[in-house]
Ligand binder design. Structure first.
Ligand SMILES: [Zn+2]
Length: 275
């Protein structure tokens, strides 16, 4: 791929992953709804309205008060960091395979990657330069953004699953037209600011949250016509970065692919049984 604005964006900074996270509920939503409207405070009326709107959505995390749940960093000691530039091509496929109806899986994901979205009123998430530190996330916000991302990533899944059909379409138009349509279908915002690197002007990338980061790397994959493969362990798609790769890539804080280890362990057990 020729050099262009997007693949030349300078991606600096690190993402903080805290020691532990826990689910919390905003109790201001637990008001008595039978109270006459006249007697409700302004906050209660607002909450009632939000609550009614939220109920239009499919229940999330089974709790009747799901919309008011938060994931919060509960232990901020010894936070770990990972480099955004090193894990960009891994993060978006890991996000795409997350089952957000399973609280345990969401928690494990967050313990590896940190919180994907942040409460907007909190302006302290980026304390220095391009680093991202998020210590509180609304599950409603996360669910909404995840829904859009999942639908967007579905184009990649379809392209991979029914390859012949889609390639048929691609031939009729062209890869560029197809990818342009794909890219247009998401409401993407990229942030950057002019900077210098080794005396040369560069565009330095900023991310408000992990979804922006995921969209950028997914689009870079489309631009360079990256190859996707299905992991031999979990059957999810990952971006191929070296030709012999059979499993989902290594995630921050690990030395080996957890899918590769799970696959090998299963194989060992099968062999034992066969003996
Ligand atoms: Zn896998």
């Amino acid at each position: 791929m020729k050099n262009n604005f997007f693949n030349e964006l300078l991606i600096e900074g690190e993402f903080s992953v805290y020691n532990d996270y826990q689910f919390e509920v905003d109790e201001s939503f637990l008001f008595n709804e039978d109270k006459p409207l006249k007697e409700m405070t302004g906050q209660e009326l607002t909450n009632k309205k939000i609550k009614e709107e939220l109920q239009l959505h499919k229940p999330f995390f089974e709790s009747p008060i799901e919309g008011y749940k938060y994931l919060v960093a509960s232990n901020k000691e010894n936070a770990k960091q990972y480099k955004l530039s090193a894990y960009g091509h891994v993060f978006y496929t890991e996000l795409a395979k997350l089952d957000i109806t399973d609280q345990k899986k969401v928690l494990n994901f967050v313990k590896t990657w940190g919180l994907p979205t942040q409460i907007k009123t909190n302006n302290t998430s980026r304390k220095k330069g391009t680093d991202i530190e998020i210590d509180m996330m609304s599950l409603h916000d996360f669910r909404t953004k995840f829904g859009f991302f999942d639908a967007y990533f579905d184009s990649i899944r379809k392209l991979h699953n029914v390859e012949t059909k889609i390639i048929g379409n691609v031939k009729k138009t062209s890869y560029e037209e197809f990818s342009q349509h794909f890219i247009d279908s998401a409401d993407l915002i990229y942030h950057y600011k002019p900077s210098y690197k080794e005396g040369e002007p560069v565009a330095l990338a900023f991310f408000e949250d992990m979804f922006e980061y995921a969209y950028l790397f997914l689009n870079l994959a489309i631009f360079k016509k990256a190859e996707f493969r299905k992991c031999e362990n979990c059957d999810n798609l990952f971006e191929v970065t070296h030709q012999r790769q059979k499993f989902c890539p290594v995630t921050p804080g690990r030395k080996r692919s957890s899918c590769e280890m799970a696959y090998n362990n299963r194989l060992k057990k099968l062999k034992k049984k066969g003996d």
